[in-house]
Design a protein around this ligand. Structure first.
Ligand SMILES: CSC[C@H]1O[C@@H](n2cnc3c(O)ncnc32)[C@H](O)[C@@H]1O
Ligand SMILES: [Zn+2]
Length: 414
């Protein structure tokens, strides 16, 4: 058997307890064989974890990874103006090569900050899949559909592309890539298309991921035109099932929270994006209390402006308390669970830093004090993606250079 030993550190258990232990990984299967004292000194490869905390890899459950190219391109505007005035015109000029460059830069950033799995909605998905294959992470990828402003033929072509991408790439990269059908939102895809798109996806067992209830500007027109809340509309369209997951869920009322809990639909909370675009404060503690599965996402780097899930944990805890007007809401173990639940991989966090001393409570440190740059090693599917802060699967300098070139050329075109 081909094994990897992570030796001499402390290990965060799923029940949020911490113990001194080694971790032994089957490199072929990508599974954890054992956690305990003094494991197999003859392992094929050893990572030193002395003074470190071994945690599950972080899961970024809503992202647009290639938007690293647009980091700092347009800031300090609300969602609608930001998308229409700046982001969509720029995205209209992005080539497949640009998206590949942005994706590689984002993947380097993720690996460096301990993220091992992410969900992504964008276009030119084959380029993103190729970058994920090379980088070694896990991803759930989808082509985002917008029908607003398109004629019928173009709208249908966009939907067909989303379904084709979901079929073609599911199981790619040795099973590390899974897919979803991704209508952009309940307002940017017209009802007639949503109804068919979602039914076709579900008929083939493809889950659906979309933005919902992000801003009042998005919620109010649905309520005005239909006389019902957005998630009641989503339920009618068949978009609230246990396999589906939506991003944001900022402006949800109690009845909508019950709909989510009853359906088992997941919500990806994106606190940094919600604060930056002034979208609002999601009622995360209420969602948790109702039994809704809540994950964490960065959204794109243009509305965040980084892909650091440690930032996201801290933001989620802080904003969750403010939203609930309760300092005990969205506590450290809650955000660590949101960022790591279901993770199959590992991040090794170096605790030897002034901002992490003294080690009173390591779960608290993960949620409130650690930074992406504290990650020393990243392991996904049994493979070491970063060792001693050196990314092994992608060329970090080349990724930065390509992204700089891509944005310089884009600026000339737009
Ligand atoms: C059609 S591909 C995905 C699409 O989503 C845009 N986007 C980025 N961030 C957000 C957000 O917070 N809400 C809604 N849409 C967003 C991205 O720029 C792409 O155009
Ligand atoms: Zn988004």
């Amino acid at each position: 058997m081909n094994t990897l030993r992570i030796a001499g550190g402390q290990v965060l258990r799923p029940d949020a307890t911490v113990e001194d232990a080694d971790v032994l990984v089957d490199r072929d299967e990508g599974t954890i064989l054992d956690i305990g004292a003094d494991l197999d000194a003859d392992a094929d490869e050893t990572l030193d974890a002395a003074g470190c905390l071994v945690t599950p890899g972080l899961v970024n459950a809503h992202c647009h990874v290639a938007m690293t190219l647009l980091r700092g391109y347009a800031d300090d505007k609300p969602l609608d103006a930001w998308l229409r005035e700046d982001i969509w015109p720029a995205e209209g000029a992005l080539t497949p090569e640009d998206v590949r460059a942005g994706a590689e830069l984002g993947l380097v950033e993720m690996i460096k900050s301990g993220t091992t799995a992410f969900a992504d909605m964008y276009f030119h998905v084959p380029e993103i899949a190729a970058a994920v294959e090379e980088a070694g992470l896990r991803a759930r990828l989808g082509h985002g559909v917008v029908t607003l402003g398109k004629d019928d033929a173009d709208a249908r072509a966009d939907i067909d592309e989303s379904l084709d991408v979901a079929r073609e790439f599911d199981g790619a990269a040795d099973g590390r890539i899974r897919t979803a059908a991704m209508p952009h939102s309940l307002t940017t895809v017209a009802e007639e298309y949503l109804r068919e798109f979602v039914a076709d996806a579900h008929d083939e067992g493809i889950p659906v991921h979309y933005h919902a209830n992000e801003t009042t500007d998005e919620v109010d027109p649905i309520v005005d035109e239909r006389g019902e809340r957005p998630l009641a509309y989503a339920k009618e369209l068949g978009m609230l099932t246990g396999d589906d997951f939506l991003a944001h869920g900022v402006h949800v009322d109690d009845a909508e929270i019950d709909l989510l809990a009853d359906a088992g639909t997941g919500v990806v909370h994106c606190p940094a994006s919600n604060m930056k675009l002034a979208s609002g404060m999601a009622p995360v503690q209420k969602l948790l209390d109702a039994g809704v599965t809540v994950g964490l996402g960065t959204d794109g780097a243009a509305s965040n402006n980084d892909l650091d899930m440690f930032d996201e944990m801290r933001d989620a805890a802080m904003l969750g308390k403010l939203a609930a007007d309760d300092a005990s809401a969205v506590a450290a173990p809650d955000v660590v669970r949101m960022a790591t639940a279901g993770a199959a991989d590992l991040a090794v966090v170096d605790l030897d830093a002034p901002h992490l001393a003294p080690a009173n409570d390591l779960v608290s440190h993960l949620a409130y004090a650690a930074r992406g740059s504290d990650v020393r090693h990243t392991v996904c599917d049994g493979r070491v993606l970063m060792r001693d802060r050196e990314v092994l699967t992608l060329d970090e300098d080349a990724a930065m250079a390509r992204a700089r070139e891509a944005i310089a050329s884009l600026r000339e075109r737009v």
